[in-house]
Design a protein around this ligand. Sequence first.
Ligand SMILES: *Cc1c(COP(=O)(O)O)cnc(C)c1O
Length: 352
Amino acid sequence: MQYKWMDNVRKVEPYVAGEQPKNADVIKLNTNENPYPPAPEVRSIINGMDTDILRKYPDPTISDLVNALADYHGVGHDQVFAGVGSDDVLSVAFLTFFAGDKPIIFPDITYAFYPVWADVYRIPYGTAPVGADFRINAADYMKENGGIVIANPNAPTSIWEAPAFFEEILKNNPSSMVIVDEAYVDFSNGSVLPLLEKYDNLLIVRTYSKSRSMAGMRIGYAIGRPEAIAAMNDIKQSINSYTLTQIAIASGVASVNDEKYFAGSCAKVVATRDKYDAVLRSIGFSGPKSQTNFLFFKHERVGGNEIFKRLREQNIFVRHFSKPAIDDYLRITIGTDEEMERLTQALKDIVK
Ligand SMILES: *Cc1c(COP(=O)(O)O)cnc(C)c1O
């Protein structure tokens, strides 16, 4: 139906999230969730929650969580911004820092939400091509721009670049905010966080959804200079003051406080990743050496869409992107060893 008010509608092409099947016997390796539960204390917090506190609004400054995260990362309490998943944090960061006239830059193969936020906020943007090996070229980010966004490790390529790579970009772009989306950093060789002392134009974005096994709780955060965090809080307070729920704040703190569990859970994912990296290569798959909780692999004979469809028939969900440069590839989230074993058996049958 065409109505008159439709001329005034903001037109966007929305981001398409991975499927969330209702069916319980799916092996779900399509949205990079963690196969292990959150820290045990998260369960105690939720089970013991006095629902009477829900009468009141949550703390708009989210200070319990912000302070816990700041202490954890060794930065000031005024250097952390928390939001409803890192998608919310990134969205606020785009709105805050990318208000200039020059186009912002991000890689042509990266998290598909970046162009969506740019479009919805009317931010001009350009993309820089990744190489044939999917590596990002630092030189592409040295030209005039209104801001830079790079996921490190990058998604869906799983490739990590060392801090020295970002240092060049930060040094050459003093007038641009450089957002480094570290959604997968806990499975990698490390963060760009040490660069924050030296560069005021760095904003690091993190999430609880992958390494902290809490995608369903929706917690993300940014670490930056106090001035950058204050600017983001001004934007946030101009849209929605009360973003994180009481439950999210309390369980977010509980997760940060159990470092031992967290480190153990990340190590398990990494061990499974490295094991199945080798197993899948032995049956004709190839792709980058992953520094994430997923593998970005293609098969030497069978196409990505074909494998995707045949796995799906067996209730094994992985992610396939129909973008021409990567449509041979599958993005396979690292599950438990049992899930990865079942995936391997299915793949052996498909590619034989
Ligand atoms: C998963 C992901 C996010 C979003 O995570 P949420 O915190 O769940 O919103 C952001 N960036 C990248 C690169 C991701 O892969």
